[in-house]
Design a protein. Structure first.
Length: 240
């Protein structure tokens, strides 16, 4: 393997490590983002439950007002009942009183159900708040660890970037430019191995011409795959 190709392989390996570190850092950030979203979702659930409690209490207050108003009406009707002068008037007042009492009975049932619902929602909300407090504490610890891990990864990235810069000093300018263009176009895979037995590029799995294989075997400069454009190398050469 000629010196320029050897340097490019080394540069590719260093860049691969940088990409691994960047992916690791991004994964940590994504995990942190998911936990942050989970906390927001849990807080939203608590807020929604609190709003339902508030609405239920308003409804309970309104039912209690209606109940008091009905009771006042019943008391008035009872007074009128004692003053009724005819059987027909007496019966009519009795019927109205019964209707008001039925309404009150339904209101009392609704109020009792609301009180039960409110108690249950408040119990669930208190449990959710307690769980959220614990989750936020755990998130704070996780966030601190992620930041420390990401800072450590940044240090490794800088270390490998320095290594890459040092290697690039020894690579010819035109070759380095081609490498960088391929690196961007091929999603970080500027080089591809040659399967000598099959005569194919391992980057695209398409045949490599015999002429290019012979040039590569002869260490005759930088050879590009005519199908995918990647810089070819022979993996076996690295084992020697």
């Amino acid at each position: 393997m000629n010196e320029q190709l050897r340097l490019l392989r080394k540069l590719q390996q260093v860049n691969d490590k940088i990409r691994e570190f960047e992916d690791e850092k991004a994964a940590l950030g994504a995990a942190l983002g998911k936990r942050r979203k989970d906390i927001r979702d849990h807080q939203r659930h608590i807020d929604e439950l609190a709003q339902k409690v508030l609405e239920a209490k308003k409804k309970e207050d309104q039912y209690n007002l209606n109940l008091k108003a009905n009771e006042a009406d019943i008391n008035k009707l009872l007074v009128q009942l004692t003053q009724a002068k005819t059987n027909e008037g007496y019966a009519g007042l009795n019927k109205r009183i019964e209707e008001e009492q039925k309404q009150n009975s339904a209101l009392e049932d609704s109020i009792l159900q609301l009180m039960t619902d409110i108690e249950e929602m408040e119990r669930r909300n208190a449990a959710a708040k307690k769980a959220l407090d614990a989750e936020q504490e755990e998130f704070s610890r996780f966030e601190a660890k992620v930041k420390a891990d990401q800072d450590a990864i940044d240090g490794r990235i800088r270390e490998y970037q320095d290594r890459a810069a040092e290697i690039e000093k020894s690579v010819e300018g035109e070759i380095l430019d081609k490498y960088h263009r391929l690196y961007e176009r091929k999603d970080g895979h500027a080089l591809a191995g040659l399967d000598r037995s099959a005569g194919v590029c391992l980057g695209c799995n398409l045949p490599v011409t015999k002429q290019d294989i012979n040039l590569l075997l002869a260490d005759n400069g930088i050879i590009f795959c005519k199908s995918c454009g990647r810089i070819l190398y022979i993996p076996e050469d690295e084992e020697e």
